[in-house]
Design a protein around this ligand. Sequence first.
Ligand code: 5GP
Ligand code: ZN
Length: 111
Amino acid sequence: MDCVFCKIVAGELPARRVLEDPHVIAFADIHPQVPVHLLVIPRAHVTSLDGLDDELLAGKLLAAAARVAREAGLERGWRLIANNGDHGGQEVPHLHLHVVGGKRLGRMLPR
Ligand code: 5GP
Ligand code: ZN
């Protein structure tokens, strides 16, 4: 499959990996938007949250995000972002959770 994140899973493209387990990997975003910018993805190709019907995998992804945030030293706080589909701003069509932090982040939603 011609999917950049599947290629990272397969080791065909390099990435700075920070977590690997049988179902999930996490690695540094190639274009970090903030001091810490990690991506958490399922090893299996799932296009977006719209295609995530495996609740166990959903839990593993969330737990992995919290773990890599903790290991990255984001004790002052961090944010989880999942862009889904065209209107959601998703560019890579392999489900990924952005773990972002390392500075105070602006509000994403109006009060
Ligand atoms: P999206 O807009 O789809 O939510 O975010 C995709 C993210 O993947 C972007 O932040 C982009 O910088 C990152 N990205 C795209 N291609 C690669 C790559 O080959 N390696 C890594 N490490 N990150 C990538
Ligand atoms: Zn993929």
